[in-house]
Structures are given as structure tokens and as C-alpha cells.
Design a protein. Sequence first.
Length: 465
Amino acid sequence: MMSISPLKSASGAAKYYLNEENTQETPDISLEKDSNDNYYLKENSTNENTFWHGQLAEEAGLLGKPVDQKTLESVLSGHLGHETIKGKRDDHKSGFDLTFSAPKSVSVLALVGGDTRLIDAHNTAVKFVLSQLEKDVAQATHINDEGAREFINTESMAFAVVRHKTSRENDPQLHSHALTANMTRDQEGQLRTLASSLKQKGGVINGTGERIYHFQKYYTALYQSQLAKESEQMGYQMQGLGNGQFEAKGLPQILLDTFSTRKQQLDQQALDFGGTQAAKDVAALDTRKAKTYESEAELNTRWQQTVCNKGYQPKDLVKNALGIAQQEHHPEQIAKDAFSRAVEHLGQYNTALKLQKIIELAAAEFTKGGVQANAIDLKVVADQWVKDGALLPLSMKGQYTTQTMLKTEQALMAASKGRTHHMRTPVNDATLDKLTLTQGNCQKVADIYQSTKQFHVVNVFGNSE
């Protein structure tokens, strides 16, 4: 998944993220085969776990290079090479931490089972999403000739990516912090802060942070889907869990649960707080504690011993997962069907659709037959719909409609033409009680009768009762 949090001070962030796991000397384990074709674990020298990404990083000659504390602090403070953000304030905000966390099965296979190809797959998925996000959300503000504030899409950002391997409970948890600097380059070539907007209007989401938060589930689905595709190319079978999430098949559930101490803490605390997404966010902060450090040898020994204590052999984890029988799927058709259902559903309530929301919904809820649509495949379908004219772009950038939705809207406008507002109709509670409706439906009926609108569109749902 992808989580979002604001960065505090530049110096504090640079020191914290780059040094958080240093004293652990967390092992890099590779998968090898002996002469009998058995898998075993071989320790590697420490691999580089940081890199720069984004258009601004490329301009500064940093793209793909390791992240050092001095440069990171400088960039988060508003400096890029010899440039400084135009109009930089003393209280300059550093940026965001976009954290990409691999599914637990991938973490265990990579860090305990030793298939480091999955670490590369994770890195590839992170880069893919950051490149897409950079195109979608980067904005600067501009004052036009009329003196009005406008939002300009810039498609330029800088990310310092730092990969970590442990949760706060020192379970194997592959994740990367994409430290997103609060800077972009405007159309005049000036280095500027990223745009922010407290008020949204016209159906278009403006502001970089606001866009990231609004489309968080979409970018989570992109990350999970790209990682799933990379993993499948290696021979793993991926299972959709809903909400655009995937896990690799073939690992015992008891191992996934055993290595998910932090998740169990969050789930329990979230239930205590109400079980909502807001409750989960509060739980994450409420249960957060400083990491306790274990050496490379201690971590490796404990993880291997945990697997053995559950009756399994570490060297067999990857072999067993890769041995899961291939199942025949047709991902392109699955994506087409899910995308079509999502458009039809959203079209019942909207006349303007955002591609991100269609893909997000299609990946999360509109896949049938137990096989989840992949968000990457859904993006291909979306592009084809736009190319074929099945989705029609609106004047509001980033929004689309369909011919069916246009005809429906035109029919409603024709039906209401010449009508005036009617008087409110009194509602008798005793009469409503006789209808044996649920409390929610009673309220809906009352709202319709008491409304002064010209007409109401009511979507009637049936059930088996």
C-alpha cells in the first residue's frame, strides 16, 4: 500500500530516514541453488538501498544515484544544486513521505526466503508509481493577466527513495520511503514550491498534496498491481485480496500472521477506535514506538528460527511458492469487464468521471469470479476508451463522460424544462410507520416530499426480502 505523511524539519528527516536501520546492519540474503537443485540462503554484501528519482533529480544530475544526508537535507530545505526556490519562506515546508509497503508474502519471500529479485520488483513498482504520480499531481501556481490565481501542471518533482526492511516490531517488512521534496519547476523555468489549495471548485482537484491524498487508493492499486505483474513474471502466482491488494500464493498463513505483529497491533487498536480509516490513522500514531535494534546476525537467526518453529524450512519457502500450479486467466478481458462495470456504476450518480476513480473502483470492487483486475491493465483499457471515443474529455481537465451519460443528462434537462419549484409536502410520521420501511428509507421518503426541487432521480434497489 501507499501511505502519506508530511515531513517535519529537513535536517530531522534526512537524519532519521537515512540512519533508521543503519545500526541493524539488516541482511541482504540471496537465493542460490546447490548441485542438487535445492534452495539455500547466501548472505550478500550490503546493497545500496537509496536512490534519487524524478525530473528535477535528473536535471540536477542525481537520478539513480545514492542519497546522502547532506544533499537530502539541502533539497528538503528548498535548494537544488545552486538554485533556491523562488520566494522561499523561513518556515518552508519540507514535503511528504510517501511510504510504499510490500505485501507480507513478498517481504517474507524476499527477506526470509532469499529471493532478492522481489526487492528489485519492489523498486521497479515504486519507480513506476512515482513517475506516474509526478505527471499527475505536480503543480505550481501562477497569477494570470486578470490577477487571478491559476494552477499549472508542471510534471516535475524530486524524490529521495530510502528502502527499509523491518517493521517497528522488527518483523520482515519490505518498504520504501519516497521523500518528496516541496519543489517543482514552473513554465518560466523557475524553481517553485508545490501548489496547495484549501478550496476545491469545479470538480477539479488542485494542489499537489491534495491530489495525492484524493487519489491515494489509486496509487496504492498501481503499486500493488505493478509489483504483482513483476512477481508473476518471476513465476509466482498472485492472489487478489480486494481493494487493489495482492498476496503471493504458496506461503502458509500462519507464517504471514506470525510475521505481522505490527499489523495485529494496528487492527486491534483501530477496532477500539471505531474501525474506520481515520481510526486506523490514529491507531498508527497511537501505537507507534521507536524501533529496537538487532544486529544482522540476530535478525537473520530469529527469522529463520521462527520459520523452523512453525514446522517449515526457510530454504523451501520460495521453492514451494514457485511450485504453485499455473491457473489460466485472461487479464485483459478481466480488466475490460471490470472497467465497464465501474463506468456503468459511477454513471448512475455522476456526469463527470475521473479516470483514477474509475480504475480505483474497478480494481477494488468490480471484478467477478474471484480474479482481481490489475490496475495496470485497467490503465490500458482506460487509454483505449479515450482513444476510441467511448470516454469523452470534458472542458474540466482530467474529467470524462460517455454518450450514455450525456443522453441521460439531456433527457433530465428536457423533462424539467419549464417546471418551477413546488411547495413542501407535509409528512405524517404515523403514515410512514405503517410502510414498515427501514429508518434510512423513511428518511429518504420524507426528504423527497419535503424538498422543493423540480424533480428527483431515485435509484431503486431490490433485495431477496
